[in-house]
Design a protein around this ligand. Sequence first.
Ligand SMILES: [Zn+2]
Length: 194
Amino acid sequence: MNFYAYTDKALKYLRRYYIQRFNSAKSMIRADKLNVINISKRLYDDISSETEKVFRRIAKHKYREICGEDFIIGMWLSGLLDNSDPLTGYVWRNDIDRKRAYFAESVLSGEPIDKAAKKAIRYWYGAQKQYADIVTDAAAMQAYIDMQTEFVEWVTAKDEYVCYVCNSRSGKIYPLKNAPTKPHYNCRCYLRRL
Ligand SMILES: [Zn+2]
């Protein structure tokens, strides 16, 4: 079974949602050019809150898949999204406003709206794609911890992103607390409970 199957399904949904939401923002901006700041503010509020909801579903799904129990999320997801991530080096929540400002500035600087939106969707989706994996992995890790797992095995992805480091870890067994983190973006290797 593909460890990221549900994550990919969720990402597909999100991608469609982002495109729809950007399309409606594009029409609003065309009709009201002076209101770019407010329109982009609402746009990024919407896409970030929908993303957060989907991340919550991803985490719950992965957790249940591994330990068969409900994940009482509480502040767990906020903890992940409000703190600097070791792989990306940034804080998810702070990145929302950075991306929003970038989009608004490109529109205000006169870039054609279609082009600006296309670029903004690419940046936004790229980041959410990485974070969806981060959430998936973190939920699995939480399930392993809650199940008092002692050892995990590194399962190397079978895709074009696999690097030398990923490959060298294939099949290696680690105590859970010393399990290595992902060496690069788009790494879809994962840890399997033993
Ligand atoms: Zn990898």
